[in-house]
Design a protein around this ligand. Structure first.
Ligand code: IFM
Length: 454
């Protein structure tokens, strides 16, 4: 059975983070407020009343964090650019001090031999744009493309590849449908225009980035969906949920159309937001790679209560759980990648795992995380052996950080952060990941030298 030692030569190892979760310095150097700054002030919105105001203070300590990455030996670092640092009100000229921060970060990464992989939008929309409707407003898509161009103009000489959006599904559902993330709108299915406008923004930005010779990915959250039983109502609910979670943001990119969401009463124009030419633009922009964020599968049953959500989530029993309570099912990653290939065939671009990891309560001795990572990487190697073109793996996350509405209570880092002192301490998983990368590289050198003589 193939295992992580069999991942291909040239495979890229990395770590992931996001601006609001680590940077802090929310009012420094002209950064404008984001939807998350405002949302965190709502009583009860975030556990313990926490926020990203200081977070990991990465804005000031990025040098130390780059050194941690150098120590790991990663090839790449996936971080996100805070839109409100570049355009404090979401439009107009760039804020030079905001761009300068990412300039310094990119230079420090390159000096450490690490390729920067920025995500342009990881949920921290400038509040001024939210005041105008946020992603429910078509205009936000055009503003996003303008912002992307400002980032490209400044960093494009050193950044080869970009991720446009992070998990637009999660952002739409948690932020606009359920209101448990910023901007805290609870519109249920009326949130769907926020899906289309994010994709339109992706298409506009991807078009210009690729025109200028850059590579473009999008990072979607995927989950293999299993029906809770063979009962036709559960099977139908699972199929509908699969279309919503896994296909809403991938079908338009790879097939040029939205999936059928009529089971939810959704019209093909997503609540009137799709205009003629939009789907063509989104598909024509093209993708150089698909970013896959994988954490766990989902078990879906038919809804039990009339008038509530159009599906019910069922427990997955008999497997370990992370501190978050998420079921640990490594083979779900292989299943999901093979499923994507079956669904999209030759239209499926090369895959990069842009997030995978777990929260644990262990402070430094995080054997649970090592098992999680090892077994998921084995599943990835098995998917590769079954023909999936997988190019890299960026674990979530480099350091413990602000886990959105959970505050700092869920720790995903290879490096422990003491949020009182900002002291960083590598966990056991840090050493494990470092050794894995070094071993893989050593094997590659062996491969390059040709087969070993007996
Ligand atoms: O922390 C998040 C990240 O911002 C997006 N993907 C899932 C991670 C863990 O919940």
């Amino acid at each position: 059975m193939p295992n992580r030692g069999d991942l291909p030569a040239g495979f890229r190892w990395g770590v992931s983070t996001a601006a609001y979760q680590i940077e802090g310095a929310v009012a420094e150097d002209g950064r404008g407020p984001s939807v998350w700054d405002v949302f965190c002030e709502r009583p009860g919105a975030v556990k313990g009343g926490e926020s990203g105001r200081i977070a990991c203070d990465h804005y000031h300590r990025y040098g130390e964090d780059v050194e941690l990455m150098r120590g790991l030996g990663v090839d790449g670092y996936r971080f996100s650019i805070a839109w409100p640092r570049i355009q404090p009100t979401g439009s107009g000229p760039a804020n030079p001090a905001g761009l300068a921060f990412y300039d310094r970060l990119v230079d420090a990464l390159l000096a450490a031999g690490i390729t920067p992989l920025p995500t342009l939008f990881h949920w921290d929309l400038p509040q001024a744009l939210e005041d105008g409707g946020g992603w429910l407003a078509r205009d936000t898509a055009y503003r996003f493309a303008e912002y992307a161009e400002l980032a490209l103009d400044r960093l494009g000489d050193r950044v080869p590849a970009w991720i446009t959006l992070n998990e637009p599904f999660v952002h739409m559902v948690f932020g606009y449908a359920l209101g448990i993330h910023a901007p805290g709108r609870a519109l249920m299915l009326d949130a769907l225009p926020a899906a289309h406008h994010q994709l339109l923004g992706h298409g506009l930005a991807a078009g210009l980035l690729r025109e200028r010779g850059h590579q473009v990915l999008i990072a979607n959250n995927f989950t293999p969906v299993r029906p809770a039983s063979e009962a036709p109502a559960d099977v139908a609910a699972a199929e509908a949920y699969d279309a919503l979670h896994n296909r809403l943001f991938t079908d338009p990119l790879l097939r040029g159309r939205y999936p059928d969401l009529s089971a939810y009463g959704v019209t093909p124009d997503l609540g009137g937001s799709v205009r003629p030419g939009d789907l063509e633009l989104i598909a024509a922009a093209g993708l150089d790679g698909l970013g896959v964020n994988y954490y766990n599968p989902t078990r879906i049953a038919a809804p039990t209560e009339p008038g509530g959500l159009p599906f019910a989530e069922a427990e997955i029993d008999g497997v370990p759980r992370t501190a978050f309570g998420w079921p640990v099912v490594p083979d779900g990653l292989r299943e999901l990648l093979l499923g994507l290939r079956t669904r999209y065939g030759n239209a499926l671009p090369p895959i990069t795992i842009t997030e995978n990891g777990c929260s644990t309560d262990a402070t430094l001795d995080d054997g649970f995380r090592i098992d999680y990572l090892a077994t998921h990487l084995d599943a990835l190697a098995q998917a590769h052996a079954q023909g999936i073109d997988v190019r890299g793996y960026y674990t979530w996350s480099l350091i413990d950080n602000v886990e959105w509405a959970e505050g700092t209570s869920q720790r995903f880092g290879l490096v422990h952060v003491d949020f009182d002192t900002q002291r960083r301490t590598p966990k056991a998983s840090y050493a494990w990941y470092r050794d894995l990368i070094a071993t893989h590289r050593a094997r590659q050198r062996g491969w390059a030298a040709g087969p070993r003589r007996p």
